[in-house]
Ligand binder design. Structure first.
Ligand SMILES: [Zn+2]
Length: 116
């Protein structure tokens, strides 16, 4: 089957965690639940990640002997012209002395499968 199931970039809401995800996703990248489909398309034709474009990970730690810190984790996406097309505060919180957090950012790319 070489018919495109959905238009590129079309989104829907994950029924489990309510995150906006690609309609073509077979697994929610947010909560990792497998998704069922309303239409009579088979699971095989659904997009799987073709490659990982990037994965960045970093940690920060509040050393002992100072007051609690506050932090915010922000992700922004810019297009070819440098215009911001999305910006989201992923999480905020407090960091007590000797506590740390690790932040991981990953980008998966989905390319159409070659027709069989
Ligand atoms: Zn989900």
């Amino acid at each position: 089957m070489n018919v495109r199931v959905v238009a590129p970039g079309k989104t829907r809401i994950c029924p489990h965690c309510k995150t906006t995800i690609l309609e073509s996703a077979s697994v929610c990248p947010g909560c990792h639940h497998h998704l069922r489909f309303d239409r009579n398309s088979n699971v095989e034709s659904r997009a799987q990640p073709t490659f990982s474009a990037l994965r960045v990970e970093g940690s920060f730690r509040n050393p002992a002997g100072v007051d609690s810190w506050e932090y915010s984790v922000v992700v922004s996406i810019r297009n070819d012209r440098g215009e911001e097309v999305a910006r989201k505060v992923i999480g905020v919180g407090a960091l007590d002395p000797r506590e740390s957090r690790t932040v991981t950012l990953s980008v998966d790319v989905f390319a159409p499968r070659a027709p069989k």
